[in-house]
Design a protein around this ligand. Structure first.
Ligand code: ACM
Ligand code: ZN
Length: 521
C-alpha cells in the first residue's frame, strides 16, 4: 500500500512538472514589442470607479484621449483627480525624476491596485497609453449600460523606447481618393502601431486633392478625371467611362492635421514636382512647356507633360501653392516628390534650353536639380525642409534636402554618405501595393512580391554605412500606392498586417525581434 502511495506521489509530481513545462510563456499581445516586458500574474480590473491621477496638467490631452477611447469602446469614463485616493484602484500618470530629453520613452508598471505610467514627453505618454490599450480586452462595449464594464488587464512591467525617429506610413490619395473619415481611420492604425509620420500623397497626374485658394482650378479641374483605366494599362485597355474625383478642403486638411497631432503623428504632405504634375497643368497649362490642352490623366504610368522649369512664372505659381501648404502643415518637412520626371518636353522646349545655357547646366538632369534647389531655397525661407524621392540625387542634391530611397537602397546610401538625412523606403519590402501572397485569389496589384516575413526581416540601416554615416538614416516607411487599390477596405487589406511588421522593424530593438513570436502576438 505504502509503495503504491509513493508511486502515485511520484507519478503526480512528474505530472505536475510536465504540466509546468507545458504552461506556455505568457505572450502579451503587444505590437510593436516593447524594449523590455516583464509579465506578472496580477490583473488590474479597470471599472468606472478607477481614477486617473494626474499630477501634471501637461498630460491632460493624453488622459482625455484615454478617456475618450474608454468611452467609445467600453462605455465608461474615468474621473481625473490630482492626488492618490485612499481606496480603489487608479491610473497614476507622472513624469520621471530624471529628465534626459527622451520624449518618446515611457515606463508602464502595473499591479492590481495601481497602474503607473511615467513619461517625459506627451508623445511618450501617448505610446504608453497605446500599449495599455493593446492590453485591454478585445470585446468592446462589454455592456450597453453606461459604466458597467469591467476590464481585466493583465499586468506587466514595461520599459519602452523607439529604435528609429522616422516611423512612417504613406497613403496615395491621388490615384484613388479616400474620405476624411477613412484617412482618420488610417491614422488610428498608425497610432496603434506607434508610427509618427503620415506621408500624404496629395497630388499626381490623376488628381490634385488639396484646395489651394489662389488657384481654384487645381481642384475644379485638377481633382476630376473623366474616367479610369480598367486593370493594367495597355494599348487595348478598356476604360470605365465613370467620372472620378474628390479633394480635401483646407478645413478638412486642418481637421486631419489636428487629428494626427493628437496622436503624435506629423503629416508630411507630398506636392509632386516637377513630374507627376499633369493634373496641375491640365488646370493651368501656362506652366507646362507646350501650354497645350491637357486632361487629368485616366491611366497609370509616367506622363510626359509636366512643369516647365524654363518659365519663371512656374516657380511663382509653385511658391504660392507651397505658401498655402506651409500654413496648413505645421511639420518641418514638405515632400516635393521629384520622382519619375520625364524630360522629353524639356529637351525640345526653348525656355528650358535657354535656362540650361543661362545657368550653365550640363543637361536636363541638372535642370531638374536646379528646379529642386530653387524650390528648396523658397521652402527653407519659410522655415521648412524638403524631402524628395531619390531621383533628386541625379544632377546633384539640393543643399539641405532629405532623401527618400525607393529605387532600392542605393540612393539612401549615397545621400547618407553626403551627410543628408534619409528615409529608407525601398520597393522591396516597403511597397505595400505589391502582392503579399502568391494565392491566385489575390486582388490585382501593381506587381512585385513583398510577403509579411520579408517586411519583418527588413533592416533599415544598410550594412555598408559606417557609424557616422548610419546616423543619417532617420528610419523607414511603408508606401501604399493606390492605382489598383480602389476603396478603403482594400487599403486595409494591403497594408495589414505588413504595417504591423514594419512597426516592429522601426520600434523594437533588433535583438528582441522574433518572427514566430510576432506571429503569435
Ligand atoms: C515612386 O514610387 N514613384 C516614388
Ligand atoms: Zn519648358
Amino acid at each position: 500500500m505504502k509503495r503504491i502511495l509513493s508511486l502515485l506521489l511520484i507519478l503526480l509530481s512528474v505530472a505536475t512538472v510536465a504540466q509546468k513545462q507545458e504552461t506556455p510563456v505568457k505572450v502579451l499581445p503587444l505590437i510593436p514589442l516593447p524594449k523590455e516586458v516583464t509579465p506578472s500574474s496580477d490583473v488590474f480590473t479597470l471599472t468606472a470607479k478607477t481614477l486617473i491621477v494626474l499630477t501634471n496638467e501637461k498630460f491632460k490631452p493624453e488622459a482625455d484621449y484615454l478617456n475618450k477611447y474608454l468611452k467609445t469602446n467600453y462605455n465608461i469614463e474615468l474621473q481625473i483627480v490630482a492626488s492618490v485616493p485612499n481606496d480603489g484602484n487608479y491610473i497614476f500618470i507622472t513624469q520621471p525624476d530624471f529628465q534626459g530629453g527622451f520624449l518618446e520613452n515611457y515606463d508602464l508598471s502595473m499591479n492590481q491596485n495601481q497602474l503607473l505610467l511615467t513619461a517625459e514627453g506627451n508623445e511618450g505618454l501617448f505610446y504608453g497609453i497605446e500599449t495599455l490599450i493593446q492590453l485591454m480586452p478585445l470585446e468592446k462595449s462589454l455592456s450597453g449600460v453606461l459604466g458597467d464594464a469591467e476590464l481585466k488587464i493583465p499586468c506587466a512591467n514595461i520599459k519602452d523606447a523607439p529604435r528609429y525617429q522616422w516611423r512612417g506610413m504613406h497613403l496615395d490619395c491621388s490615384r484613388h481618393f479616400f474620405s476624411k473619415e477613412e484617412v482618420k481611420k488610417y491614422l488610428d492604425y498608425l497610432a496603434m502601431y506607434k508610427f509618427n509620420v503620415f506621408h500624404w500623397h496629395l497630388t499626381d497626374d490623376q488628381g490634385w486633392r488639396v484646395e489651394i485658394k489662389k488657384y481654384p482650378l487645381l481642384t475644379t479641374i485638377g481633382s476630376q478625371r473623366k474616367e479610369t483605366v480598367i486593370g493594367h494599362p495597355s494599348d487595348t485597355a478598356h476604360y470605365d467611362g465613370k467620372p472620378y474625383g474628390g479633394f480635401y478642403t483646407q478645413e478638412d486638411i486642418k481637421e486631419i492635421v489636428t487629428y494626427a497631432g493628437v496622436r503624435h503623428i506629423t503629416v508630411v504632405p507630398e506636392i509632386e514636382m516637377p513630374g507627376h504634375s499633369l493634373a496641375a497643368v491640365a488646370a493651368y497649362p501656362q506652366f507646362s512647356c507646350n501650354n497645350g490642352h491637357y486632361e487629368t490623366w485616366t491611366t497609370w504610368g509616367q506622363s510626359l507633360d509636366n512643369y516647365c522649369p524654363g518659365n519663371d512664372s512656374t516657380f511663382l505659381f509653385l511658391e504660392d501653392i507651397l505658401s498655402e501648404v506651409c500654413n496648413l502643415f505645421p511639420g518641418m518637412y514638405i515632400h516635393i516628390g521629384g520622382d519619375e520626371c520625364a524630360k522629353d518636353r524639356w529637351k525640345t522646349c526653348p525656355k528650358c534650353q535657354k535656362r540650361i545655357v543661362d545657368e550653365k547646366l550640363k543637361n536636363e538632369n541638372e535642370l531638374q536639380s536646379y528646379f529642386i534647389a530653387r524650390i528648396e531655397k523658397y521652402l527653407n525661407s519659410k522655415g521648412k525642409q524638403i524631402i524628395g524621392w531619390d531621383e533628386i540625387l541625379e544632377g546633384g542634391l539640393a543643399p539641405n534636402a532629405a532623401v527618400m530611397s525607393w529605387r532600392g537602397t542605393k540612393g539612401g546610401v549615397t545621400a547618407a554618405k553626403q551627410k543628408h538625412n534619409v528615409v529608407m523606403s525601398p520597393g522591396k519590402p516597403c511597397y505595400f501595393d505589391h502582392y503579399q501572397s502568391k494565392d491566385k485569389k489575390e486582388p490585382p496589384a501593381i506587381g512585385g512580391f513583398n510577403p509579411l516575413d520579408s517586411v519583418y526581416a527588413y533592416k533599415p540601416t544598410p550594412q555598408s554605412l559606417k557609424e557616422n554615416e548610419a546616423q543619417y538614416i532617420m528610419g523607414a516607411q511603408g508606401n501604399v500606392w493606390t492605382e489598383y487599390i480602389t476603396d478603403f477596405k482594400s487599403v486595409e487589406y494591403m497594408s495589414m498586417p505588413r504595417m504591423a511588421a514594419l512597426s516592429e522593424v522601426l520600434w523594437t530593438p533588433s535583438e528582441k525581434k522574433d518572427y514566430k513570436n510576432f506571429i503569435e502576438r
